[in-house]
Design a protein around this ligand. Structure first.
Ligand code: KIV
Ligand code: ZN
Length: 524
């Protein structure tokens, strides 16, 4: 085998699995409408393949994959299946309406999985892999096969399985590092061995799917590209099982920034990276850390004097990418109470939001209320307002007013008024460990919905004493998890809004509220 031809630019296929592997991570489940929104954002981002879900896993998963296949245009839509007839049939049923669809079948191949999980010998694994791929290929010309835990599979056996899968009709062979065990040198060896020893390897695209347990998912994916892989599987913000998957934004920007080295590029529209990251963070409630590469709030912040001095003299002294290339917009435009609708629309567009006239009207109204409380409205404030508006759930219950008194060594007293349609409900009670707990308990009393609070997080949306606080809560109701989000300059009000938002999600799912179009993964 000869090495990659130097300087020949290659196009690497970006296979996004945010909606499948990413959605599997604890607390990241999304409902149907949210999955549709993320799928559209992935198309706008320019990903080649969207793995939309695992259709056999639940009716909600099936429906989401089917809806995405029916209405999202611009990327290949893929459904996951084990090497079982029922899985493959269900996956095909879900993806068949997409103009370009793919079935992704997988079967574990490592000794540890063969012995303890599958209780199958090597011959049985090959037989089942071949049968699975053949069945999928009978439906669809685009078939991907993954030998799960490939990286811990004996080299000879991995080569045999891959060869058999390609002969059976696999057009992509994906090499998963299921448990995040590989190192870059190891991954290099795995891909090179396949290229050297599998006689029909040129008939398929080699893909990699790296988990991040040792923090090397991006490095391992890049090494695989160097060694000849043509597809990378990744997720927005690196979401995924345990420590997550290879982060899409990092691997794409590494290929782009170090094109001199990799001579390989992608179709990704890089200035959509930050808006897409923000969308996924808002929907899942899993925020990226400030210093996260590419999309973290501090990714382009220069604090040290020497660095600032260098930047002022020549930007490239300390900056290898431009913030605008990944979708950060310059932050010198601050809006205030005299700003009009056009300025607001313009800023929202620059931040990556496409608002309908109705959404713009609603956001503008909220913006004016906020501008009365807060002199300067920064990008973070605006993003929080827009996110709140466009991800609103049908609100059965709204917060009319609250009053709470609390102090050291005394039980808080709360007066709470909620509205449901035209009706008004109020309560006055002494309860709780503090003002926020008291409001939550009063809300449970008025709505009749009692939950267990599993997570409560507050963070400041921008800077300064008058910054808005964003509260995210996660509550459990009848065994299912629901998220809630609230934003306000008053952190108690933000908490109240977040809790009520979670209650409204419960109501929308369980009675009264507009029934969801299909069962969603929120209850899987
Ligand atoms: O990590 C893994 O092995 C997977 C496969 C289903 C590709 O997610
Ligand atoms: Zn995985």
């Amino acid at each position: 085998m000869s090495d990659m031809q130097e300087n020949a630019p290659r196009r690497i296929v970006i296979f996004d699995t945010t909606l499948r592997d990413g959605e599997q991570s604890p607390g990241a489940s999304m409902n149907l409408a949210e999955k549709m929104e993320v799928a559209q954002a992935l198309v706008d981002l320019g990903v080649d393949v969207i793995e939309a879900g695992f259709p056999i896993a639940s009716p909600g998963d099936f429906e989401a994959v089917r809806q995405i296949a029916r209405s999202i245009r611009g990327s290949v839509i893929c459904g996951l299946a084990r090497c079982r007839d029922a899985d493959i049939d269900r996956a095909w049923e879900a993806v068949q309406d997409a103009p370009q669809s793919r079935i992704h079948v997988f079967l574990a191949t490592s000794a540890i999985h063969r012995e303890f999980k599958l209780k199958m010998d090597k011959e049985e694994i090959i037989r089942r892999a071949v049968a699975g791929v053949q069945r999928a290929a009978g439906y669809c010309p685009d078939v991907e096969f993954s030998p799960e835990d490939a990286v811990r599979t004996e080299s000879d056996f991995l080569c045999r399985v891959v060869e058999a899968a390609i002969d059976a009709g696999a057009t992509t062979v994906n090499i998963p590092d299921t448990v995040g065990y590989a190192t870059p040198a190891h991954m290099n060896q795995v891909i090179r061995t396949l290229r050297e020893r599998v006689p029909n390897i040129d008939r398929a695209v080699i893909s990699v799917h790296c988990h991040n347990d040792l923090g090397m998912a991006v490095a391992n994916s890049l090494t695989a590209v160097e060694a000849g892989a043509g597809q990378i599987e990744c997720t927005i913000n690196g979401l995924g099982e345990r420590a997550g998957n290879c982060s899409l934004e990092e691997v794409v920007m590494a290929l782009r920034t170090r094109n001199d080295f990799y001579h390989a590029g992608t179709r990704v529209v890089t200035n959509r990276l930050v808006p897409t990251s923000r969308l996924v963070a808002n929907i899942t409630g899993i925020h990226v850390q400030r210093n996260k590469a590419i999309v973290g709030q501090n990714a382009f912040a220069h604090e040290a004097g020497i660095h600032q001095d260098g930047m002022l003299k020549e930007r490239t002294t300390y900056e290898i990418m431009r913030p605008e290339d990944v979708g950060f917009v310059k932050t010198d435009l601050v809006l205030g109470k005299h700003s009009g609708r056009a300025a607001l629309a313009d800023r929202a567009r620059a931040l990556g939001y496409h608002l309908t006239p109705q959404q713009l009207g609603d956001v503008f109204q909220e913006f004016k209320t906020l501008a009365d409380k807060k002199k300067e409205i920064y990008d973070g404030d605006l993003a929080a307002l827009v996110d709140q508006q466009i991800h609103a759930v049908a609100e059965q219950w709204t917060l009319h007013s609250y009053q709470v008194t609390s102090g050291t060594g005394r039980v808080p007293e709360v007066t709470l008024v909620l509205r449901r349609g035209e009706e008004q409900f109020s309560t006055k009670t002494s309860c709780g460990d503090g003002p926020i707990d008291a409001i939550f308990l009063a809300m449970e009393q008025l709505t009749g919905i009692s939950v267990a609070c599993k997570d409560f997080r507050v963070h400041s949306v921008t800077v300064g004493k008058d910054a808005q606080g964003e509260v995210m809560v996660q509550v459990e109701f009848e065994g299912h998890l629901y998220r809630g989000r609230g934003v306000s300059t008053d952190s108690i009000e933000a908490s109240a809004k977040a809790f009520l938002n979670a209650i409204n999600r419960i109501v929308a799912r369980t009675n009264g509220g507009p029934a969801p179009a299909a069962p969603s993964a929120e209850d899987s």
